[in-house]
Design a protein. Structure first.
Length: 173
């Protein structure tokens, strides 16, 4: 017979593993789609729905673990290890922005957190690209990446907000 603490830990770990697997599956499926926008680094980022959801439902620590797991395994499974640096830089800056905003926003404002997180994600990727390539001129992409990040963040944020509201309703919360 397990103690309540052990059961809670196992449930938490199981939830994190499931969300990591969902995010990784979404990431890999999206990677198979052609990119309709010919600017490097711009995509919808549907796996971030899971990240935004986790930030508001599970908390910052669990979200960070899910994010790092998805980024690392996504790089390994896609065979593009260089993307690890870009995705990790973007993901960590996005996570930090959402962490700071999470305390000030309600569950009805999740989309706001995601919009800012999307812009930070693309800014983080651009910073990594500038550092790796040693080419500060890449900063000319910043306005395009910020707009794209905010647009993608709006979509993923609205999806995450809908998901949170729906699951709250199902669980009576």
């Amino acid at each position: 017979m397990s103690t309540p603490k052990r059961t809670d830990r196992v449930g938490r770990l199981t939830r994190m593993a499931l969300l990591s697997a969902i995010a990784l599956t979404i990431f890999m499926a999206e990677a198979q789609l052609p990119n309709p926008i010919p600017i490097p680094g711009i995509k919808l980022g549907l796996a971030n729905i899971v990240t935004v959801y986790a930030m508001f439902v599970l908390g910052a620590g669990d979200t960070l673990m899910i994010l790092v797991t998805r980024v690392f395994l996504g790089s390994v499974f896609s065979g593009q290890m260089m993307t690890l640096f870009y995705s990790l830089a973007g993901g960590l800056l996005c996570w930090l922005a959402m962490l700071l905003l999470r305390r000030r926003l309600t569950r009805q404002q999740i989309w706001v957190c995601s919009v800012i997180g999307g812009a930070c994600h693309n800014a983080g990727q651009l910073i990594a690209a500038i550092l790796i390539a040693g080419t500060p001129l890449l900063a000319v992409y910043l306005p395009y990446l910020l707009v794209a990040g905010m647009a993608a963040g709006l979509f993923t944020g609205l999806c995450a907000q809908f998901l949170v509201a729906r699951l709250d309703k199902i669980h009576g919360g």
